[in-house]
Design a protein. Structure first.
Length: 262
């Protein structure tokens, strides 16, 4: 059995940052594994631990910098990884979910997995559609927002988290694509031994041409037109100075809003 896990490196923006054109300079960004993908990795590794002859393969679309993040997946028990990158990606403003799904589908066609696990969404763009688009391209079943998973007899029994706190129990035949919600499990930390072993595991790098794709695959018409700081409606009052100097101001504000009034 082969389990393919989609992995994405996401950027976390510092509290104080600047915007240059339609970009945030790298000095204000820290990169890490997407939270939802971490749960997908854990699910895949547990399947491999519970069954014989299971290979877990991670696939990611990202530049060379992202290999550090991908190796964290390897350190947690993934057997090998595939990274896809091409100069054409660097020229794209932003990748639409369908575009990324086409690239991942090309990898899936080569790997021929029995099960694909993907995080429900990514922390940076929040599209939440890549896994579903991937399933459509591969003509596979695709339970989404999965928070419980059991495999038996060529089927996946899953609980899905729906709106309003409703949970649905459903079964899908393999091969299938499951998009995983946080709470499915408790992702493990990468051990020092795992980190060392990850350095020796295979991490193959493919271009679009290697996958039989051309740069036109990225022509999705999605363009980043602007970037701005989120607006806030906060009515917070900031008191500047020593506590003894601002105590009277604070007392006045509290009285004005009725705190302590009888």
């Amino acid at each position: 059995m082969k389990v393919l896990v989609t992995v994405k490196e996401v950027a976390e923006v510092a509290d104080d940052f600047e915007i240059e054109g339609n970009d945030i300079p790298g000095t204000y960004l820290d990169y890490d594994l997407n939270e939802w993908d971490d749960y997908a990795i854990e699910a895949a590794v547990r399947i491999a631990e519970d069954r014989d002859d299971v290979e877990v393969v991670a696939v990611s679309v990202g530049p060379e910098r992202s290999e550090e993040t991908i190796r964290m997946a390897l350190a947690k028990g993934v057997d090998r990884a595939v990274r896809v990158w091409d100069d054409a990606f660097a020229d794209a403003d932003v990748l639409a979910p369908t575009t990324k799904a086409r690239v991942l589908a090309a990898v899936a066609e080569v790997e021929d997995p029995d099960l694909i696990l993907s995080g429900v969404q990514a922390a940076d763009d929040g599209f939440g559609a890549t896994g579903v688009a991937l399933a459509d391209l591969l003509d596979m079943g695709w339970p989404a927002v999965v928070n419980h998973l059991e495999l038996a007899d060529g089927e996946a029994s899953v609980h899905r988290e729906l709106e309003g706190g409703v949970e649905e129990l459903t079964t899908v035949s393999l091969p299938a694509v499951l998009t995983v919600q946080t709470g499915l499990n408790e992702p493990r930390y990468a051990s020092l031994r795992g980190i060392r072993q990850a350095q020796g595991k295979e991490l193959a790098v493919h271009t679009l041409a290697d996958l039989g794709l051309d740069p036109s695959t990225l022509d999705d018409g999605l363009t980043l037109t602007g970037l701005s700081r989120p607006e806030t409606d906060s009515d917070a009052t900031v008191f500047e100075g020593e506590a003894g100097e601002t105590a009277d101001e604070l007392a006045t504000v509290l009285r004005d809003v009725g705190v302590g009034a009888e």
